[in-house]
Design a protein around this ligand. Sequence first.
Ligand SMILES: NC(=O)c1ccc[n+]([C@@H]2O[C@H](COP(=O)([O-])OP(=O)(O)OC[C@H]3O[C@@H](n4cnc5c(N)ncnc54)[C@H](O)[C@@H]3O)[C@@H](O)[C@H]2O)c1
Ligand SMILES: [Mg+2]
Ligand SMILES: [Zn+2]
Length: 277
Amino acid sequence: MPAGWQTTPPLDNDQAGGWALARSTQGFLADGNGVLFPREWLKRQDLPVAAEHGLGHFDGEPVWLLELRHPAELPGCFWQNLRQFMLQADYPTFRMLSFAEQIGAWDDQHRFCGRCGQATVQVSRERCMRCPQCGLHSYARISPSMIVLITRGDEVLLARSQRFPPGMYSTLAGFVEPGESAEECVAREVLEEVGLQVGNLQYLGSQGWPFPHSLMLGFHAEYVSGEIVPQADEIEDARWFHIEELPQLPMQRSIARYLIDLYLARRLGRPEPELAR
Ligand SMILES: NC(=O)c1ccc[n+]([C@@H]2O[C@H](COP(=O)([O-])OP(=O)(O)OC[C@H]3O[C@@H](n4cnc5c(N)ncnc54)[C@H](O)[C@@H]3O)[C@@H](O)[C@H]2O)c1
Ligand SMILES: [Mg+2]
Ligand SMILES: [Zn+2]
């Protein structure tokens, strides 16, 4: 069994032992040893457990998620949200928590059938919620999103929203609309967000992103025409930056950063970075 995190088909909830995570609206339960608790011990702690999901293996050991309906207190433990783990945790732990977060949120948001309102039941051996009345099956929601680095020779187009930390600029991103291709989404979002035409699209890779449930499809595009017009409310500022005078960039593990670093590496003849997956 490989080290680190490995998602598997749902583990049998009747199997004993293993590790458990606890999730609530406050994030994940942690103590001085981290987020993984001995599962049998955690289940004896009188927590408001609404559901249990077998997720996968961490360093070869099985891991379940205990989804809590409200954040209970345990002595010596604290709650921490996924954004803080993104900044602080090692990458295998962040990947495990990203998956657990999306499974927990899906469970929480599919307690009742979206068609007839009946309480749903968890299907065993499949990550699926089923309505016992009308039979509707509900799976975890994943939202394809494009992310694109636009370049013009030695310049890259980066933008910021009000939500970003002060001084940070990133690549453009946006959710795919129903019926749209990823390439059409790039053209539409770029036009909406900065008013530019782009061409020569190149797909460079993908990354699951848990805020809230995106699958990022990463592209490079070349500038074709237009003047930058930042979209009101969405884009606080957008501009061309020379590759040797870049602002503060997104964090290393993000595909946004990968797209920028890859372009710099190719332009400057440096070794190419690897995309964290
Ligand atoms: N991993 C990375 O490097 C990276 C970098 C930038 C953005 N992202 C992610 O890309 C995604 C899209 O970026 P954006 O926020 O600029 O999108 P966006 O430009 O499409 O604008 C966001 C808005 O779109 C609407 N929207 C449409 N479809 C939606 C859906 N399926 N789910 C949620 N909201 C939807 C909402 O009103 C939301 O406020 C987000 O999940 C964001 O976290 C990831
Ligand atoms: Mg956007
Ligand atoms: Zn139903």
